[in-house]
Design a protein around this ligand. Structure first.
Ligand SMILES: [Fe+2]
Ligand SMILES: [Fe+2]
Length: 244
């Protein structure tokens, strides 16, 4: 039986999709369009994800939660539980594989859309302000999680073998990224199942099912979802995409 708070959060995750995703997983984008997308992802949350997790850890959650957060951030920042390379660096390896100069992604002087700044501000606030369980929910359930959260929890999502998944990845299939530059997907395959499990345990194990904390968690995740949708609208606009 699904707990009430879990159901509230899953109902939000069920809607973590955006119309521009069909463009990003299909052929036909230019390198410049891809660079706009990846620059935003990198600078809004990929590069600093370990730091955002560290802020939640810095709020002194209970011991079991400290371990889960420390393990997640150790892997994200060092990769030493999987391939020995940090996830932000693995992300840049994929950029190399796409033939996009790293400067087009990393250069701080290149602008981000206003909604990207707004989404990042929300992530900065949620990670730094108590209660820690709100920051943990926003980062580990919403940011790290996907629209497939419910199916994954129900064990209904079967991933193809990793080599097959890499060959089928849109960046490999449509944009010529060599599969060996997709080690980020390999690292995620190795550790992300554990991060998903830890995420739900941290939040559901420490937020009562009803009451002010549960409401704070649910409304922070709803606010993150709204800010993310606006952010994705902004990136789609900057890429010159139009909703069909
Ligand atoms: Fe990661
Ligand atoms: Fe992770």
């Amino acid at each position: 039986m699904t707990r009430r708070l879990q159901e509230r959060l899953l109902a939000i995750m069920d809607r973590k999709n955006h119309w521009a995703w069909a463009h990003l997983t299909g052929p036909g984008l230019t390198r410049d369009q891809l660079a706009v997308h990846f620059r935003h992802e990198y600078r809004v949350y990929v590069r600093d994800f370990p730091v955002l997790l560290a802020r939640v850890l810095g709020q002194s959650p209970p011991a079991a939660v400290r371990s889960a957060l420390a393990e997640n951030l150790f892997e994200e920042q060092t990769g030493k539980l999987s391939l020995g390379v940090s996830h932000p660096e693995l992300f840049l390896e994929m950029i190399d594989g796409l033939g996009i100069p790293r400067a087009a992604i990393e250069d701080e002087s290149l602008p981000l859309e206003p909604e990207a700044h707004a989404y990042r501000t929300l992530l900065d606030r949620a990670s730094a302000a108590p209660p820690w369980v709100v920051g943990a929910a926003v980062l580990t359930i919403f940011v790290e999680g996907s629209v497939h959260e419910r199916a994954e929890l129900l064990g209904q999502r079967e991933a193809p073998p990793i080599e097959e998944a890499l060959r089928a990845h849109p960046m490999v299939r449509h944009y010529g990224c060599p599969p060996e530059r997709m080690r980020l997907a390999r690292a995620h395959r190795a550790v992300e199942g554990g991060h998903r499990r830890d995420a739900w345990e941290m939040v559901l194990g420490h937020a009562p099912d009803e009451g002010p904390t549960a409401d704070a968690v649910a409304s922070a995740v709803a606010a993150a979802h709204a800010a993310w949708l606006a952010y994705r609208d902004g990136v789609a606009r900057a890429m010159g995409l139009r909703q069909a």
